[in-house]
Design a protein around this ligand. Structure first.
Ligand code: CTP
Length: 324
């Protein structure tokens, strides 16, 4: 069977260099960090040249119509997805981030560096917590926190972790997970790859079937074909992977709505700064070998170098050590 990313990609890429050849950067794990307001304002202004965060975060109903044929950011033009009446009814009327502004935000990546980090309390103290790809938190609360105000949800998660909702057990489990996210924004990049077409249909049906059970309701966000705006911005900083990682996109969005952004779980290396071995995800089963072989389209170490540079500039705060 295809892995989650292969499924999402819809194609195979050439192999990455072996993980052992990717060198681990030297990082300062001390806590002395202060925001540099001038650099941060400049960074936001630079992003704004390319990304209209409030608009790009989701399509709104006035921008689309039932039957409108959507294409995909990363698939050939021949692949399409017409907007159904069901999907249309789930698209928000106004941007879920209209006029939103937060003081402190945590952006939680899924790196194994979070294991045994005891960063949970610190993460939960942020005014707004962004997470990636519906990452599990229940068993890891002390290290990753439990507050979730926003999570990305690549439709392929449904295939990989919930067997496409084919059994009553998968449906119950998924419903349970969604209940936990009431009031949060669920950001669903349905128009990135054509490979997620069928799953998007399953997902929209499920949302509609259970809509009334969510109070407060789930805030669904369906980004249109916006990935190029993010790519174009990061290209100006010397980063041009085939695809930016979800974490990088979420960080970019967070910068536009938050006064101060703190990043956790961003560390694409097989050992910690103190050389302790790590898994790729904090939630990987014990013994899972660290591999980035399905990440051919990303340039995670290059992304990390940029994030580290922004940390040093006082634009964001990167945490790669246990929290005290
Ligand atoms: N991440 C990281 N270091 C790791 C694992 C993840 O920096 N060891 C960051 C990446 O920015 C990644 C994000 O955390 O996008 C969320 O992790 P994951 O769900 O694993 O994302 P990917 O599988 O890389 O998938 P994609 O970015 O394609 O959605």
């Amino acid at each position: 069977p295809l892995t989650r990313s292969q499924f999402a990609l819809g194609f195979m890429d050439p192999p990455l260099p072996p993980v052992s050849t990717i060198s681990v950067p030297t990082v300062s794990t001390t806590l002395d960090w202060t925001v540099n307001q001038t650099a941060l304002n400049q960074h936001r202004a630079d992003i704004e040249q390319f990304v209209d965060a409030e608009r790009n975060i989701s399509l709104v109903r006035s921008e689309v119509r039932v039957g409108q044929v959507m294409h995909f950011d990363y698939s050939e033009q021949k692949y399409v997805f017409p907007i159904s009446a069901s999907l249309y009814s789930l698209i928000p009327e106004v941007s879920p981030f209209q006029n939103k502004h937060y003081n402190t935000c945590a952006v939680v990546g899924s790196g194994g560096i979070l294991s045994n980090s005891y960063c949970g309390n610190e993460i939960d103290r942020a005014d707004f917590v962004f997470r990636c790809n519906f990452a599990p938190i229940d068993k890891y609360k002390s290290h990753v926190g439990s507050k979730t105000n926003f999570t990305t949800f690549n439709p392929s998660v449904l295939e990989k972790y919930f067997s496409n909702l084919q059994t009553i057990y998968d449906r119950a489990r998924f419903l349970n997970e969604l209940r936990r996210l009431r009031g949060a924004v669920l950001w669903i990049p349905a128009f990135s790859f054509h490979g997620s077409n069928m799953v998007t249909r399953t997902l929209t049906d499920f949302f509609l079937e259970h809509e009334r059970q969510f109070n407060p309701k789930l805030n669904l966000a369906w980004p249109g074909n916006v990935m190029k705006y993010f790519s174009d911005f990061w290209k100006t900083k010397g980063l041009s992977p085939k695809r930016l990682s979800t974490g990088m996109i979420v960080y970019t969005l967070a910068t536009m709505f938050c006064e101060e952004v703190r990043l956790y779980g961003f560390w694409p290396y097989s050992v910690a700064p103190d050389h302790t071995p790590l898994s790729y995800h904090y939630y990987d089963k014990k013994g899972t070998t660290f591999t980035m072989k399905w990440k051919q389209a990303h340039q995670l170490p290059e992304e990390f170098n940029l994030l580290q540079h922004l940390h040093k500039q006082g634009v964001l705060k990167l945490t790669v050590a246990p929290c005290s």
